[in-house]
Design a protein around this ligand. Sequence first.
Ligand code: NAP
Length: 531
Amino acid sequence: MTATVNRTDVTGQMIIAGKPVRGSGPTIHGINPAAGERLEPGFAHGTEPDVEAACAAADEAFAPYRATSSEDRARFLEAIADNIEALGDTLVARACAESGLPQGRITGEVGRTSGQLRLFAGVLRDGGWNGARIDPAQPDRSPLPRADIRQRKIPLGPVAVFGASNFPLAFSVAGGDTASALAAGCPVVVKAHDAHPGTSELVGRAIADAVASTGMPAGTFSLLYGAGPELGTALVKDSRIKAVGFTGSRSGGTALVAAAAGRPEPIPVYAEMSSINPVFLLESALATRGADLGRAFVASLTLGSGQFCTNPGLVIAVDGPGLAAFVSAANAAVAETVPTPMLTPVIAGSYADGVAALEGVATVEARGAESDAPNSCRAALFSSDADTFLGSDVLQQEVFGASSLVVKCRDAEQVRAVAARLEGQLTATVHADEEDLDEAGHLLSVLELKAGRILFDGWPTGVEVGHAMVHGGPYPATSDSRTTSVGSLAIERFLRPVAYQDVPPSLLPTAVADGNPEQLWRRIDGRLTQD
Ligand code: NAP
């Protein structure tokens, strides 16, 4: 497609249906947050005609793209993964410069991104995504005969994806939302995040080149730059877009949900937004290893400057010597932390404001070292008694960064009261010894109503990409708790079931055809079989 653009060049252009397009709106630059420096080149924002062109191309691509076989789409996803890996040091250097994240983290993210794409290639080859079910006709059934009814899943249509700031690769242009939507058979239009425009262009071209080399329709993928409230909203409101994937702030996610709900044809928005990821420390666990838990907690809290949606922002325990040992060790570990750069000046500013707000309502336990470096994150640990926490909305707000609050409870009953008061979460963590398991069982029944993932004796940062993972949860963790944005189940967000009743055999889709030509596992009369 881009005969005039090398794969490793960063040119400042959008990509619409395979073609490089220079925007005509305001120009933004990537910022190296660690150095506070502006990076070249500039990226001119797109405007509504660009949204129109990308959506028209995606709409045109939808019919031929959804008609491709699972095998063809699997090869396409693998070609994207290969192209991203082939960018090598160019991609890693640009992503490090634009995000301030260390090389090891970015290299890991490249692997996670290509790994996700290959995971979905496997999902396509497995064929289970079709959800094939057949209830054969029962013409002699009494009192009424039963029709022949067959069900399979089909893609929703073009999907708009909003790249996340905190995962410049694994949850951005070719991240989990894009991979799962493309796997489902949906063309994708990405709105790049202004925090890493050059990284976005490099990855966008890797996708567009894979579109061309595997013979997919050109409009299967487009990449736009622009301001959220203008270009992003126009994209969500375009009638040809049929679903949205988003990771970011609660305000951004809820604005997009409202925009989608206000369309003449409302569409689903899968927004992953805000979570403070409570950690419950039970009595015996605290008594036997309070100090160790304190140190391990701070390692999780400060990872990546705390810029993880699964960052442990809340610790809940019964007050006593065990919790005192935990807090003392955590305070010492926080005091030793060296400030690290945050992703953007805006995020660093929001973090400083959030910490300042907590200082007004909670006790400051410890702060990390100060720094004159631009956009740096100074870790913070606060504490509060449970009565104050239960009466405060501010204390439940996410502070994106390395800040956490210890809630000290009178007894186990108050721990449960705090659990019951929590908003929806991506994760909830329990540290428990054998002696704590009865209490842990009570908590579990509350926490499963609150969180998408419950983990024992670990830390919530670090999300495995697999088949059983749930990265989701009730509002405000996400806008739709019935699904996940990480792992193979994410494909379900972009599919819908269709039932075919008494459709002539020659017209039936192969997934539900007689003779099972694709050799799928299908549920026939309720029983899973490969017949
Ligand atoms: P953000 O401000 O929500 O932005 C994410 C994307 O959504 C950007 O492309 C943005 O475009 C767009 N957007 C935001 N508001 C919009 C609106 N009203 N209408 C249409 N589009 C809109 O998130 P961020 O820039 O990544 O970080 C800001 C804050 O979000 C952080 O300080 C943190 O509190 C939170 N955050 C949370 C998570 C999490 O996983 N829980 C992850 C990242 C960030 P523009 O940039 O052009 O506005």
